[in-house]
Design a protein around this ligand. Sequence first.
Ligand code: C2E
Ligand code: CA
Ligand code: CA
Length: 579
Amino acid sequence: MDEFQYQIDLLKALNQKLNGECSMYRTLVDTSGNAFLYYSFAEDTCLMMGDWDRFFEIQVRNRDDLNQLFSQVREEDVEPLRRAVYIEESKDSFSSQEFCRKNKKQWVECEVNLIRDEMGGPKEKLLRFRDITKFKKQNDDLAYMAYFDTLTGLYNRNRFIQELVGWIQKASAEETTVSVAFININDFRKINDGIGVLVGDELLSQFGRFLKELCVDSTMMCAHLNADTYCMAVYDPYGKRTMESVYRQIHERLEQPFSLTEHQVFITVSVGVAEYPEAAGEPLALMERAEIVMFKVKHEGKSGIRYFDAPIIEDFVQSAQMEHRLKHAVLEKEFLLYYQPQFDTETKHLRGVEALVRWRDEEGRIISPGEFIPIAEKSSLIVDIGEWVMERAISTLARWKKRFGISLIMSINISAIHFAMEEFSHRLIQLVEEYEVAPEEIELEITESVLVEDCEGIRKKLEILRQYGIQTAIDDFGTGYSAFSYLRSLPVQTIKIDKSFIDSMLKDETGNIIVESIVDMVNRLGYETIAEGVEQQEQLDYLREIGCEYIQGYLMGKPMPQEQLEELLEEQLEKQVWE
Ligand code: C2E
Ligand code: CA
Ligand code: CA
């Protein structure tokens, strides 16, 4: 009896365990998020399990029902799915196929496992359906990101290049041309800083959409390459006219502002065009050349369109070489300072000197700043050069003071980029203290472009320097923005009237009037005046007559090396002793 009871208990326990396991497997199937279909070949019956309703609206109970499954599937996926599902018709025992539901944005992966009997015939099979919509979307997003710019919806660089490769192959076969244009929004960084990054993005996206609309057919395409740069290509353009007409349409559009969140923004663009095969035979080289032409438009300070021609590239190569050599020059300190004297028109006494940098290259050639300063200004090299100039000028002044015991002004040219550096004033004051010169003996020459850049910041800096005692002069006065209205409130002491006015001064009546009124106005506002580029005695006489206090020019002395200037200082000293 005990034995029997024992058997019963054991069976119960086994049964319980089986039930438990069964329910565990059920739970697993039901919560897996997948749908399963079990098919028995012998009985021609199907068993649906798991999250079936999530995938299909039909019930599948036998082979005929199974066929209905395909009515739920996108047409192009029916055949591949059928092959996967009827795996018994092949030699395999596993298959897998993705498909998309008809009229639904649901992607499903179907995996089929076939179990064969001892004879190798099909016995049963299990189909598993898994929702892969999310995964597909991620994949699509990745593919999109790989080829499209998410901000503008335009092609990105990769896609543009890929397409351009094809276009150029085709153009080569058909013996025709492909035109590529680089389109850059001028001063985008300033705009972006002014309106904020989000609104800046709005602008980029609106402008991008506009460019896309210009691509009217499949012979045109457009890409957004980076923040402010777009690239357009035209297959078999109708000479320059196609790009010209694109540019005209852009130009027309830009006469109106872009309406952004709380902002109305006007922009201008610089466009550089290069054409296959004239400019280059390879897609990347073609794009590079269009970009160079675009830079050329920019550096000339203009908006507009320009087309590739050989001199532009030569220019570019030359300035790239110059920049390379200049880097070396900065490292090796291949610079020297020349000094040009400035005199009082009344007393003829020396007021001071302007320090003018020269570059003596490895072969000993003297290169003028007009050639290399603009190139240095395009890179950070100007700051290194400027730092060298400041230190050399100030240390030389200290030397002269010790040696000759005289006081004179050292005028130093400062580039806008250098002046804008945060640590500029600090560094200058440091040098003045290190070499123990009087701050009043240092005069910075800045151009009007410095003043218009960021008026408040610049004003503050000028104020700090003035309070410390350092002087400032506006160089090349009259060639820039020169609104007299802004002069009134500037913390500067001296105005240097540009050589071009002095040149035209005695040539005609208007030349006279202009210089006279400048000198008059500047004097009345309480600034000192220096006339630059005085070459003739008559010019000097006239300038003295109209009240210009100081002059600088070849007539009184060209820029000269240090030793030569020291001779002049000695002479000057004797004069002062005798006078
Ligand atoms: P700038 O500051 O206007 O300097 C005056 C230029 O006119 C100098 O040319 C000078 O040699 C020349 N000049 C002076 N008097 C006469 C004259 O009577 N007739 C003629 N025809 N020319 C005269 P330079 O030395 O070649 O300098 C050219 C420009 O290079 C300067 O123009 C200045 O903008 C820049 N520069 C020179 N040195 C420096 C420097 O150390 N730093 C920076 N940032 N720029 C410099
Ligand atoms: Ca100057
Ligand atoms: Ca000047």
